[in-house]
Design a protein. Structure first.
Length: 192
């Protein structure tokens, strides 16, 4: 059975998207964190995306194949299967993508049964919230950049209380920290 992993870059205070009119260069990637990110993608079986993330990535990554230092990244992103959750798109989709049909919870549960490796959710927003709410998330990986934004969307707004267990941490020279969590079993006592 595959594992569903939400993977997202965030600021220290949880913003996953820079608010306008701030510059969009808040994501910090040093060679170590870039390599760790590439290794995570190389270990993935497939991506699970919402419509907005799919459209944004599909518009960029096919043109990134000759960008120095990102060739391996582009090769992985472009070749890997993608599953897209959308209420407005219709198939067939481009960029090695398949539209998820029917109920989101049933579709993603079936994907987890079909795959034996990691299914990585890239992006945040509504899809990540819905997957967490339905109890389909096996792990959450936050790449935390050393910035604070006063405003901007937060990754799990409106999910409610979910207790997480820390699985691993990795600190990089740039100040970027990779935090890996999994939802705690229901009988895990709260600490505080």
């Amino acid at each position: 059975m595959g594992r569903l992993i939400i993977n997202n870059a965030i600021t220290v205070n949880g913003a996953f998207e820079a608010p306008a009119p701030e510059p969009d260069g808040w994501l910090v990637l040093d060679p170590d964190s870039l390599q760790a990110s590439l290794e995570m993608w190389q270990a993935a079986d497939a991506m699970v995306l919402g419509r907005k993330t799919y459209e944004g990535l599909a518009a960029v990554w096919p043109q990134m194949t000759n960008l120095p230092g990102l060739e391996a990244y582009a090769e992985q992103m472009n070749s890997m299967p993608k599953y897209v959750a959308s209420r407005t798109l219709s198939g067939p989709l481009e960029w090695n993508a398949t539209l998820l049909e029917g109920n989101l919870a049933d579709s993603v549960s079936s994907l987890k049964d079909e795959h034996h490796g990691n299914l990585v959710v890239s992006g945040a927003g509504e899809l990540a919230r819905d997957l967490m709410t339905h109890g389909l998330v096996d792990e959450v990986w936050f790449t935390v950049s050393p910035y604070l934004w006063a405003t901007g969307p937060r990754i799990f707004d409106d999910v409610g209380a979910v207790r997480l267990e820390l699985v691993a941490t990795t600190t990089f020279p740039s100040g970027v920290v990779l935090l890996c969590y999994r939802p705690a079993p229901a009988d895990t006592p709260a600490t505080g």
